[in-house]
Design a protein around this ligand. Structure first.
Ligand code: ADP
Ligand code: MG
Length: 709
């Protein structure tokens, strides 16, 4: 008799269980449980540990405790201020206690006389007796056992936690004889000290101790993470195997000239990352690499080095930015970096020819556009910088050898695929995806697990750390403007970022204009103020940026268009108004616009005085550290992984137990195991059960995701 596979379990309908008739079947379907696999993976939401149980007679007022009691009486009434109040009297053979629930009218129906319930809360003395108000209530039924699992229950579905427990127990009992297949290689289980799968299912639902439950959770969470990693690693290895790429020559004259022309030595991190990239560039299969680097860590140099390697090998390179403004800024920056670098060319009388760098956005039109397109087609354009338009329309490259994508979080798997599809002669360009929004390591492994990851974790020398302050309320804001005036009188410059207003650019622009008016008349009167926002024409924007850069403006009042890419070393003050409306990543980006020169910089996070809230936690985090990776961890903790995973990260919904936050170590172990398995058995021919589980679990929700590989 062979053990049951997960697919076997998925093939058995819940209707086969005792007590599941048509009605219960429908109720279960309402909570997405239709087969035994669904049932076994409906995990308890809590475990009541009866070994910690107290008797009512032993309760100490003011201390939290768990008691198991029987409901004796229930009544409901309205309070004077029209709140509902449910009073319940309970007992356990040692004594009695009153419960009071405010604004929970449904408790009257839930807590029927005679019901066994577990209560967790703090008892107080009220009118001479014990009372708990709004305790945590778990319905236990007449279940025994030291640890009682509590299942999620929904009023609507009409399934209570002990019915669920009963069906799960029955399922486990029926599985016992045949057992459940363990698809994970035993060597992996042994090394990581993981229990068998059957034991894990048993111990998560019917643990003897909290420790057993924890070990079971670890095993089942590992399975979830391993499946995700297997899909990603399979895809990664398949790309490496099947795609033909370019083998660029990485240390020729052109690249050497570029380094020689740099006014500064590379940082250690830049050298290391360029080395990692060069290994990929030289290899015959395409690179798919994510470059994470904090604001100001010098990613542009790495991008340019990457592109030059392609150009040096007589191919072209493209740099894609998420917006036109950024594309324009990149074009300016890259041109400046390469101003003195020419391409060695033996066919030329002088042995050299200039590099040809072109900009291609929707703003480049008419004859100019034709010219660029022509140059891309005949190979005379070496580097093109633009927006997504580069891949969307009919742009033909003569030979596109490398692509750098800036700011990956607005650039998905689909675009990457589109770009690969563009390649004419089926050689896939090397791809480097850059992000200035650090993602915690383990999250990156999951969200971008099919990419290799490089990290620029060192800032160029000579930066003075940025001091960050929170100006909470108008009184402190006054001090901020005084500081801006002070700095201006010393010849320094400042940014003022205006509040985010919903999704509307129009409102945002209006608020920026208002802020400028106000500051020009009052707080900053006498200073030279400029305004920058997304609705200005490209030339107006460039003109304003130029006067700020050249010091003709003291203060730049702007919307978040300055979030990325602006680089003015003389700017030393960043003022962010209504800072609590911004996310951590965005605040960090904005702050990164200062601290780029020799002078000490300050960032002021201005809020209107208000009560405690999430916004304040974010601001406190910004005040506490300038380390982008540390902030990313805080962000993950605050927002949860939902936000990270939601955007088209389909199929990762398999994570029922595992958490990218709590299980950081486990993510790494799962990834390591996935590599081990795939590298020894590239199409899982020797791991049929494992392969089948991937099909089973990812096929419906994630066909798209899988078929991309
Ligand atoms: P990022 O794009 O990662 O935010 P940039 O590439 O714009 O950072 O670089 C930020 C600033 O640091 C630029 O002014 C750049 O010229 C400078 N820079 C980059 N690398 C170095 C280095 N190795 N030494 C000194 N300055 C550097
Ligand atoms: Mg940059």
């Amino acid at each position: 008799m062979t053990a049951l596979t997960l697919r076997d379990l998925a093939d058995i309908d819940v209707a086969r269980l005792k007590g599941v008739g048509e009605k219960k079947q429908a109720s279960l379907a309402a909570i997405d449980v239709s087969n035994l696999l669904d049932l076994l993976t409906t995990y308890p939401r809590r475990w009541v540990d009866r070994t910690n149980e107290a008797r009512l007679a032993d309760l100490v007022p003011g201390e939290e405790a768990l008691v198991l009691v029987t409901v004796r009486s229930v009544s409901k009434r309205m309070t004077r201020n029209r709140r509902t109040m449910v009073n319940v009297n309970v007992g356990d053979g040692s004594g009695r206690m009153d419960l009071v629930f405010f604004n929970q009218p449904w408790r009257e129906r839930q807590l029927r006389v005679g019901l066994q319930i577990a209560l967790f809360g703090k008892a107080d003395i009220y009118r001479g007796g014990l009372q708990m108000s709004n305790p945590v209530v778990d319905l236990i039924g007449d279940r025994t056992g030291r640890i009682v699992p509590i299942y999620p229950q929904s009023e609507k579905a009409q399934i209570n936690t002990w019915e669920m427990a009963g069906w799960i127990e029955e399922t486990l009992r029926r599985c016992r004889e045949r057992g459940i297949t363990d698809s994970v290689p035993s060597s992996v289980l042994q090394r990581l000290g993981l229990m068998s799968r059957y034991d894990a299912f048993t111990n998560i639902h019917l643990p003897e101790s909290i420790k057993d439950k924890e070990n079971a959770r670890r095993r089942l969470a590992f399975d979830e993470l391993l499946r995700v990693q297997l899909v990603l690693v399979l895809r990664k290895r398949k790309m490496e195997r099947d795609e033909r790429g370019f083998g660029h020559s990485v240390d020729g004259d052109l690249v050497r000239r570029f380094y020689e022309a740099l006014p500064f030595p590379l940082t250690g991190a830049q050298e290391r990352v360029i080395e990692e990239i060069n290994t990929d560039l030289a290899a015959p299969h395409p690179m798919h690499r994510l470059l994470q680097g904090d604001v100001g860590s010098g990613k542009t140099i790495v991008a340019v080095a990457t592109m030059l390697a392609a150009v040096q090998s007589s191919n072209q390179a493209a740099l894609m930015a998420p917006t036109e403004v950024l594309a324009e800024q990149h074009a300016t920056g890259v041109r400046a970096l390469l101003a003195d670098v020419s391409v060695p060319d033996s066919g030329n009388l002088f042995g050299d020819r200039p590099l040809r760098i072109e900009l291609l956005t929707n703003r480049v039109t008419g004859a100019d556009r034709k010219e660029v397109l022509l140059g891309l087609g005949d190979g005379s354009v070496d580097i093109v910088i633009g927006t997504h338009a580069l891949i969307q329309e009919a742009v033909d490259f003569s030979s596109l050898g490398a692509v750098v994508v800036d700011e990956q979080h607005r650039f998905g798997v689909e675009q990457r695929a589109a770009l690969r599809a563009k390649t004419v002669d089926s050689a896939v360009p090397d791809m480097l995806v850059m992000t200035a929004t650090p993602i915690p390591r383990t999250a990156a492994m999951t969200v971008y697990g099919d990419l290799d990851v490089s990290v620029l974790d060192e800032l160029p020398p000579g930066r003075t750390p940025i001091k960050t302050h929170w100006a909470n309320g108008p009184l402190m804001e006054t001090g901020v403007w005084a500081e801006v005036r002070d700095q201006a009188s010393e010849g320094r410059q400042a940014y003022v970022v205006c509040p985010l207003i919903g999704e509307s650019e129009k409102l945002e622009v209006a608020s920026a204009e208002e802020t400028l008016e106000r500051l020009a008349h009052d707080e900053l009167s006498g200073l030279r103020l400029g305004l920058l926002h997304g609705r200005l024409s490209a030339s107006d924007k460039e003109a304003t940026m130029e006067s700020f850069r050249s010091g003709d403006l003291d203060v730049l009042v702007a919307t978040t268009v300055i979030e990325v890419g602006v680089d003015v070393p003389n700017a030393t003050v960043m003022v962010i108004l209504d800072a609590d409306r911004f996310g951590i990543a965005q605040l960090h980006q904005l702050r990164g616009r200062v601290g780029r020169g020799e002078h000490e910089s300050t960032c002021w996070l201005v809020t209107q005085q208000h009560e405690d809230g999430d916004g304040n936690t974010r601001i406190e985090a910004l005040v506490a550290t300038t380390d982008g990776f540390e902030l990313a961890e805080v962000d993950l903790d605050l927002r949860g992984e939902g936000t990270l995973m939601s955007t088209s990260q389909k199929g990762r919904s398999d994570l029922k137990l595992a958490s990218l936050r709590r299980d950081r170590k486990l993510v790494e172990l799962a990834r390591q195991a996935a590599f081990e398995i795939v590298d020894s058995d590239p199409d899982l021919a020797g791991h049929l059960d494992l392969g089948d589980e991937l099909q089973l679990i990812f096929s419906e929700s994630d066909e798209e995701f899988l078929s991309k590989s």
